[in-house]
Ligand binder design. Structure first.
Ligand SMILES: [Zn+2]
Ligand SMILES: [Zn+2]
Length: 212
């Protein structure tokens, strides 16, 4: 799988471009302030982007959606339980003293939809609330190959967990999502988080101080 990761100031939030080597179909995950870097990666690999997938709707994960949609013409996906955050992105910016432009409407909600496909790859969406109500884990695998790569947004980080003090957050719910959903994947499963370095399920099970 083609995988490009970019992050820029001020949030150093990871945005991702994934692509199918064989078909050049791809997806963009969480376009934020690094959207131009993501679009450069799309052009570099000559990908045709089929979907813009959001792990959740905090402002650092969505400020590049307008630019991405304009450039790529792909539908924007979100979990319905985060729609209030997405619709309130201007107010989220005000909380941080930032001017944030309103974003284009969500095109599709994840609930009740089968795997989302790009080329030979498929994305299975798992609801992982706690950091926010509509947080999801995007589990990406090649068709017929069961071992996925996880994109978990701000639910789990290398050595840490997502904050739960923002609207709709809950520590109990977050820990349930991590233990019940993420830790159900095999130990070698690679995890890409919304901030910081990649990790694995096994490493977090063994060493994450919030989960011992
Ligand atoms: Zn967040
Ligand atoms: Zn974030």
């Amino acid at each position: 799988m083609i995988l490009e990761q970019r992050a820029v100031e001020p949030f150093y939030k990871n945005g991702f471009v994934l692509g199918c080597e064989a078909t050049k179909a791809g997806v963009v995950i969480d376009p934020g302030d690094e959207v131009d870097e993501l679009l450069d990666a799309v052009a570099h690999h000559e990908l045709s982007i089929k979907h813009i997938l959001l792990t959740h709707a905090h402002l650092d994960h969505v400020t590049g959606v307008a630019r991405a949609k304009e450039a790529l013409g792909a539908p924007v996906w979100l979990h319905r339980d985060d729609h209030f955050l997405y619709e309130g992105v201007v107010q989220q910016g005000q909380m941080f003293g930032l001017r944030v432009a309103p974003q284009p409407k969500v095109d599709r909600f994840y609930e009740g939809v089968g795997p989302i496909r790009f080329g030979q790859y498929e994305v299975h969406v798992h609801h992982t609330p706690g950091h926010c109500p509509g947080g999801v884990c995007l589990a990406v695998n090649r068709e017929g190959e069961p071992s996925p790569t996880l994109f978990v947004g701000d639910t789990l980080f290398a050595g840490s967990i997502g904050r739960t003090d923002l609207p709709g957050g809950s520590l109990d719910t977050l820990l349930q999502s991590i233990r019940g959903v993420l830790f159900a994947f095999p130990d070698p499963t690679v995890v890409y988080s919304g901030h910081g370095e990649a990790t694995t399920i096994g490493r977090e099970k063994r060493t994450n101080p919030f989960l011992q």
